[in-house]
Ligand binder design. Sequence first.
Ligand code: NDP
Length: 296
Amino acid sequence: MTARILDGKAFAARVRGQVAEHVARLKADHGITPGLAVVLVGEDPASEVYVRSKGKMTVEVGMVSVEHKLAASAAQADLLALIHRLNSDPAVHGILVQLPLPDHLDEDLVIDAIDPAKDVDGFHISNVGLLGTGQKSMVPCTPLGCLMMLRDYHGDLTGMDAVVIGRSNIVGKPMAQLLLGDSCTVTIAHSRTRNLPEVVRRADIVVAAVGRPQMVPGDWIKPGATVIDVGINRMDAPEKGEGKTRLVGDVDFDSCVQVAGAITPVPGGVGPMTIACLLANTVTACCRANGLAEPE
Ligand code: NDP
């Protein structure tokens, strides 16, 4: 028996369709068009690809996309001034600063400058606190996408044992909070965890957010468990031709798919859900800003 493949590409397309419907209603009923501003500092090729595809999908669902590109040498004060301008622009409902920033810029200060109501990445400390205390917040896009896939597959997650591998602020920690919010029994594992294979073997749900290619093998997985692979790692792929690369996750797909009950592929799993959730968060921010009912 092999695992069911959780198709994030198809799911994300459905979510974007719902976002587009909501955007159309906002325009028709209230004359409001949600706007997302994306700020890119420097010329990191991977970040440029992400920003381009975010912009394209923002426009596809009918929202306004504004891109602000600053030179890699941009001063902290200039970046903060731009964020303040976007904070006070009523046509901008969501602000995303593409990370990582060049080393001379202070990421914490930059995130802290974003109006929490427009913080569609959910990284502002106010949103982190709201999420941690179970209050209405902006939820980080990648963990939100993972949770949506888990709820879609399982329905109720109550009482399930969940192991999140990775404790970053952008994936691991908020993922754990969301699973706790859905009444899972949550373990957060990291580089100092003892007996990681044994810890993972207890889990009904494994979320791998490590950044190490194919680190989790099939013999760590409890038969029938659900495996969510957040990792995006680029590897050389000489079999595809000289200089070619391919994407792999943090999970060894070929062995895990033999044991798990369900698994997300890389690419085509969590990745597409992240952008779909960013668009959904922007609509949510727009509705809240205008005192309107939020999407479900
Ligand atoms: P970080 O590097 O910030 O965090 C990695 C975490 O993994 C850390 O908590 C680290 O532990 C832990 N870790 C590292 N090595 C081990 C190990 N050997 N055993 C157990 N834990 C370990 O990464 P991110 O959270 O930002 O990203 C994780 C992955 O997810 C990356 O591949 C990234 O590309 C991908 N990603 C994908 C997204 C998507 O849209 N699909 C979005 C964001 C990220 P410690 O804290 O102890 O150092």
